[in-house]
Design a protein around this ligand. Structure first.
Ligand code: PMP
Length: 315
C-alpha cells in the first residue's frame, strides 16, 4: 500500500477513507471471517487507460470461497463490477493499482451461527501498487517450517482472511532469517505454494506446477501463465505434485500471483537456481504477462476491462 485512497466502498456506497470503519465486535474483526479477492488494474501509458485484469474470474473465485464458507454475497456480479469501477474512478486512479472486494460476516449474537443469523457485508478497497523492481533481480527463497493449511482444516482454495495467519507465520519466519518469500509444503510434504503466490518450476524444458489439489489457492495468474506458456512459448505444462528436492535441481523457478506477478527465485535454501539469475523462460513469461495485463496483446484483450473509456467522469 503506497498511499491511502480517497474512498472505500462499504455496504452499498462510497465512503471517505477515514469513515470506512466497522465495529470491533464483528466476526470479521474478531475471527477474520471474510473472503476476499486481490485484483490488479494496470495502467497503459500509451492508451492512457487503466485495465482491470480478469475481474470476472476473480469474482467467480470469490463466490466459490464464499460458498464453501456458507456466506451469501449480498450483491450480483454486475453490482460488484459497477461498485469496483465506481471506487476506482472516485479515487481517480491513473496508475497501476490493486483492489480488494471483501465479503464479511458482521455483527451476530452467537458464535456458532448459521448464515441466516448474522449480517453479511461487503466492502472494496483500492490501493496504488506499482510493479515491483524485485521482479528484475529475483528473490532468495527458503522452505518454510510451517505447513500450508490443509483442505481438511482450513481450505487454501478459499481466499479467506483467516488463512493469511498461516501465510504470515511463514513470511515472518523467512524475513527473520533474512530470506525473501518462502515456499510452503503441504501436510503431505509436497510443494504447495508461497504465502501469497503459487510456485512454478522449469525442469527438462517443461513448466511444472503443483495441482489445485496440493492445498493451493486456485490462482488466476497460474492459469494465465499456463495459457501463455502453452500458446505463446509452445511449452509443455504439467500440473503434478512437486517434491522439495526438485526445487533444488530446477533449471528455473518463480512465484506467480496478482500481487507478486512473475517473481523469479534465484535460490532456494541457498541452492542457486540455474546460474543464480532469473531464468530465460521466466523472463519470457514475465514479458508476456506484463504485456497481456496492460492490453498490449490483442489476443488476450478479453481478460481486460477498461476503467475510463466512455466514462463521463474522464477529465
Ligand atoms: N496463493 C496465495 C496464498 C495467494 O494469496 C495468492 C494471491 N492471491 C495466490 C496464490 C495467487 O493467486 P492469484 O494469481 O489469483 O492472485
Amino acid at each position: 500500500m503506497s498511499k491511502t485512497a480517497d474512498y472505500a466502498w462499504l455496504d452499498g456506497k462510497l465512503v471517505p477513507w477515514a469513515n470506512a470503519t466497522m465495529h470491533i465486535s464483528t466476526e470479521c474483526v474478531l475471527r477474520g471471517e471474510n473472503v476476499f479477492e486481490g485484483i490488479r488494474a494496470y495502467w497503459n501509458e500509451e492508451q492512457q487507460e487503466l485495465f482491470t485484469f480478469r475481474h470476472a474470474d476473480h469474482i467467480a473465485r470469490l463466490r466459490q470461497g464464499a460458498r464453501i464458507m456458507r456466506m451469501a454475497i449480498p450483491y450480483s456480479d454486475a453490482e460488484i463490477e459497477a461498485a469496483s469501477l465506481e471506487l476506482i474512478r472516485a479515487c481517480n486512479y491513473r496508475e497501476t493499482i490493486h483492489y480488494r472486494p471483501v465479503v464479511y460476516f458482521a455483527e451476530g449474537e452467537l458464535t456458532h451461527y448459521l448464515p441466516s443469523e448474522i449480517r453479511t457485508g461487503f466492502f472494496i478497497l483500492a490501493f496504488a501498487m506499482p510493479s515491483k523492481t524485485v521482479q528484475e533481480t529475483g528473490v532468495k527463497s527458503a522452505i518454510s517450517t510451517w505447513r500450508r493449511n490443509s483442505d481438511l482444516a482450513s481450505p487454501s482454495r478459499i481466499k479467506s482472511g483467516a488463512n493469511y495467519h498461516n501465510s504470515r507465520l511463514a513470511y515472518i519466519e523467512a524475513r527473520m532469517n533474512g530470506m525473501g518469500p518462502p515456499v510452503m509444503l503441504n501436510a503431505a510434504g509436497k510443494v504447495a505454494e508461497g504465502p501469497g503466490a503459487c510456485v512454478m518450476i522449469l525442469r527438462h524444458g517443461k513448466l511444472i506446477t503443483p495441482p489445485v489439489t496440493a492445498d493451493i489457492l486456485e490462482s488466476i495468474t497460474r492459469e494465465t501463465l499456463m495459457e501463455l506458456a502453452r500458446n505463446e512459448l509452445g511449452l509443455e505444462v504439467v500440473e503434478r505434485d512437486v517434491d522439495r528436492s526438485e526445487l533444488y535441481v530446477a533449471d528455473e523457478a518463480f512465484f506467480c500471483g496478482s500481487g507478486a506477478e512473475v517473481l523469479p527465485m534465484v535460490s532456494i535454501d541457498h541452492y542457486e537456481i540455474g546460474d543464480g539469475t532469473p531464468g530465460e523462460v521466466t523472463r519470457k513469461l514475465q514479458g508476456l504477462y506484463n504485456d497481456a495485463v496492460r492490453g498490449r496483446l490483442e489476443k488476450y484483450r478479453h481478460w481486460l476491462t477498461p476503467v475510463w473509456r466512455g466514462n463521463a467522469v474522464k477529465d
